[in-house]
Design a binder for this molecule. Structure first.
Ligand code: F6P
Length: 329
């Protein structure tokens, strides 16, 4: 079988270990993997991964040492061309021309939405992998990259806490997560932050200020608020200003962690998840599956229709929100 692999959209730590697992599983089973560079854009440009000897089929040694490498050796992009009906038709023609039997796109909501469109016009098999730090995909408890992003954010917040403590300050720390507060909530719990501002749980500024006054009265001299990029306030900088005007009793600063969270060596949890899902995706293809995403729910490897993964929403864990309020008191 000829299987193509691509990474598209925002890179996520763990994409490389996923590729390593896909290639090594396919090699073991006697199937050929071709790396497609720069995501969907790379199909349209017919840009394939090339080994040092000029060959294209990825072998066991093509993926040596990839477990600990962040980013993606295949490179990624957000393709505008592929997002048009002509782009999708063209991609299908190119995949046919190169005799691909199957494709494994690794990415987030945009990538998998592209896979749904491609599946309507291409008769090859498609099994997607959830590769995004945002943890916003239905069909998997965790996405590849999320654990590393949270770890990186916690590391930064630990450092900021030192300065917050020394100067009696409040920090508004913005973490990525376009429509999803998972990174913010997990970071808040793990770093001991007092507040998490997430799109899934709105809190009016007046109520937050009331809470901050209580925190001050309770004797806390420094505060950390983790703000999800997608929070209705517009992010950490906006939130700092809004609360200042609403009477925040703490002197405050805003820090945007942004793309820092997408980088770095994947933590063990992401390496393991990526290895499991990469292996599972190849075996799903060999079992004739298509139009699905490989994920892990309640410790079981599962396949979920791609349409569901991109249209349904995972609910934020209400238990985690409750936990944050208790442990931050
Ligand atoms: O989807 C992953 C993500 O990192 C989001 O959290 C963020 O909103 C977005 O990508 C940023 O994308 P870009 O790198 O294109 O600005």
């Amino acid at each position: 079988m000829r299987i193509g692999v691509l990474c598209s959209g925002g890179d996520a730590p763990g994409m490389n270990p996923a590729l390593r697992s896909i290639v090594r599983t396919a090699c073991t089973l006697g199937d050929d993997v071709y790396g497609i560079k720069h995501g969907w854009e790379g199909i349209l440009d017919e840009e394939f991964y090339t080994n040092d000897d000029g060959s294209f089929v990825m072998g066991l040694r093509s993926v040596s040492g990839l477990s600990k490498i962040g980013g993606t050796i295949l490179h990624s992009s957000r393709s505008k061309r592929f997002r048009t009906p002509e782009g999708v038709e063209n991609a299908a023609k190119i995949l046919k021309k190169h005799k691909f039997d199957a494709l494994i796109p690794i990415g987030g909501n945009g990538t998998l939405s592209g896979a749904v469109e491609l599946g309507k016009v291409w008769d090859g098999q498609i099994i997607g992998l959830p590769g995004t730090i945002d943890n916003d995909l239905y069909g998997s408890d965790f996405t590849i990259g999320f654990a590393t992003a949270v770890d990186s954010a916690v590391d930064c917040v630990d450092k900021l806490r030192d300065t917050a403590g020394s100067h009696d300050l409040m920090f508004f720390v913005e973490v990525m997560g376009r429509h999803c507060g998972d990174i913010a909530l997990s970071t808040a719990i793990a770093s001991g932050a007092e507040i998490a501002c997430i799109p899934e749980a709105e809190e009016p500024p007046e109520r937050l200020v009331k809470r901050l006054k209580k925190i001050k009265e309770a004797g806390k001299t420094s505060v950390i608020a983790i703000v999800a990029e997608g929070d209705e306030s517009g992010g950490a900088v906006a939130m700092q200003q809004i609360l200042k005007e609403a009477g925040n009793p703490f002197d405050s600063r805003a820090v945007v962690l942004g793309h820092v969270l997408r980088g770095g060596s994947p933590v063990a949890a992401d390496r393991i998840l990526a290895s499991e899902l990469g292996n599972f995706a190849v075996s799903a293809i060999l079992h004739g599956e298509t139009g699905k995403m490989a994920g892990k729910i309640s410790n079981e490897l599962v396949l979920t229709p791609l349409e569901d993964c991109v249209s349904k929403h995972r609910k934020v864990d209400a238990e985690q929100l409750r936990l944050l309020h208790i442990v931050a008191s």
